[in-house]
Design a protein around this ligand. Structure first.
Ligand code: MG
Length: 273
């Protein structure tokens, strides 16, 4: 018994202590909320249209229903019937992206469990830092800048275009990555536009920095391109049809900005006095 107590019971007690301590640390973590009193996004019923990835466009297909070989930790998720279910950990693309158009289809669990942030929670972390929230927001209240289609803790969606739990939903995201100068200061903030089930929910919203659970947004200089991630938040959210298109601004052949050039042209057209 003494041997047992030394070799088995003590390590068990020690690991219990560690578990208790770490969970109380997790409980003590203070949640950040902006305190901004946003009006409630109006509920709209989206149409039935879905967008399928097309091999006619120059998209990089990241998930076609078969495997997650283009993702780190993809082996943790469960692939069945052409969909991947979030499990064990988040996943991140092996390829890095900057400015991009992202299409993703998701479905919150048909069996409704939990409330608020605990119901069908996941998210797309552009550059691993800027979260477009995924949540079952069908008759499920939470803080507005944390519901489906929000830029987490920065902007609520313009409207709530959520479908019922278990139904497939689409996000079409247009992301302009932030730019940093040589000193690491933001020279151009990031912007995000989101169509949720074809309905505009973010209109070129200016990112205020990384989206964090426990503190206000903040920018930290980073590379021009980084992988994007899909969050695992303990809920079995399903995904299918994920593709991305990188895009580049078209640069005018002359040094002058388009706006200046057009202004000049406009002046030259003015009638001479
Ligand atoms: Mg989330």
């Amino acid at each position: 018994m003494r041997f047992l107590s030394r070799c088995v019971i003590k390590p068990i007690a020690a690991s219990l202590m560690v578990t208790l301590l770490s969970s109380s640390v997790a409980l003590a973590q203070k949640e950040f909320k902006s305190g901004i009193e946003w009006p409630e996004p109006k509920v709209v019923t989206p149409g039935s249209a879905t967008v399928a990835p097309s091999d006619a466009i120059d998209a990089i297909i990241l998930f076609d229903g078969k495997d997650l070989s283009q993702w780190k930790n993809g082996e943790n998720w469960i692939i069945k019937d052409g969909a991947a279910t979030a499990n064990k950990s988040g996943i991140s693309t092996k390829q890095a992206f900057g400015d991009a158009q992202v299409h993703i289809e998701w479905a919150s669990p048909e069996k409704v469990e939990g409330t608020g942030q605990g119901r069908g929670n996941s998210g797309i972390y552009l550059m691993g830092k800027y979260e477009v929230q995924i949540l079952d927001s069908f008759v499920n209240k939470t803080y507005f800048d944390g519901q489906a289609g929000s830029i987490y803790k920065q902007y609520p969606p313009l409207v709530n275009a959520c479908r019922k739990p278990g139904e497939w939903q689409t996000y079409d995201i247009i992301f302009n990555a932030p730019r940093f100068d040589k000193e690491g200061k933001v020279s151009k903030p990031g912007h995000i536009t989101v169509l949720h089930n074809g309905v505009l929910v973010q209109n070129h919203s200016e990112l205020q920095g990384g989206t964090m659970y426990d503190r206000p947004p903040e920018y930290k200089a980073h590379a021009d391109k980084l992988p994007f991630e899909i969050q695992f938040h303990g809920n079995p959210v399903k995904f299918r049809n994920i593709w991305v298109r990188e895009f580049k601004e078209l640069l005018p052949p002359e040094k002058a900005s388009v706006a200046n050039k057009l202004k000049e042209l406009n002046k030259s057209q003015e009638p001479k006095k």
